[in-house]
Ligand binder design. Structure first.
Ligand SMILES: [Zn+2]
Length: 218
């Protein structure tokens, strides 16, 4: 905790005064460019990875970067997505999974079902396709847990994009062309992001500097 308090002191004494005009502007309101749905994992730090300032990313974080399906309206995630699209007019929504995701591993291994009942209740939002994948892995047997997790992380991003596309505010935005969806996976070991290519259905290295239509799911 002391590390955080020291950091706060540095922020107050050095960082904040050096960016006073930015913070004065932010005090008047926010206009983030992107809504980023990612895992709560402490190793995933979107503002660092994407080199963003405060005010640029509207984040939604939870275990497994999950979006409840449209039937579940009493969710902080769906309410926050609605706010991002309707109130903030965010044009791009990214679902970003990551390598070594503990939530996805737990979904596969089910090692702590009794100790983590709320986690498992939440992980049901990984959806039927994730359950199908898990049963396929159980039958296949020869696929390493590492590879299974990698595949599930990618499949989960696709499932969450599907859930997202069915949220009323997002569906409306997709229909009138004001919202675009993107699926990413961040590799903690290499710092690389791979993005879902809508044409091939494969995850390919994120194109830097290009607003490539093929990287859009919508
Ligand atoms: Zn995770």
């Amino acid at each position: 905790m002391q590390r955080l308090l020291d950091g706060y002191a540095r922020f107050r004494n050095e960082v904040f005064p050096n960016h006073s005009s930015l913070f004065a502007q932010l005090a008047r309101g926010q206009k983030p460019e992107v809504c980023l749905i990612t895992c709560s994992d402490s190793r995933v730090m979107p503002e660092m990875i994407l080199q963003c300032d405060p005010g640029q990313i509207f984040p939604i974080r939870n275990a497994g970067n999950l979006v409840p399906p449209p039937g579940e309206s009493h969710s902080g995630v769906t309410a926050t997505v609605e706010y991002a699209v309707k109130a903030l007019k965010v044009a791009d929504i990214v679902v970003c999974g990551h390598t070594g995701c503990g939530a996805m591993k737990e979904f596969l291994e089910r090692k702590h079902v009794e100790e983590l009942p709320l986690v498992h209740a939440w992980l049901r939002h990984a959806g039927p396709s994730a359950k199908w994948l898990r049963s396929l892995f159980e039958e296949a047997g020869a696929i390493s847990l590492e590879k299974q997790t990698e595949l599930l992380i990618q499949a989960n991003v696709m499932t969450q994009l599907n859930h997202l596309a069915q949220q009323p505010a997002v569906a409306e935005g997709l229909a009138n062309g004001t919202v675009r969806l993107h699926g990413w996976v961040y590799d903690i070991a290499t710092g690389e992001i791979i993005a879902l290519d809508n044409e091939s259905g494969a995850f390919l290295p994120l194109t830097v500097g290009a607003d490539d239509e093929n990287r859009r799911i919508a």
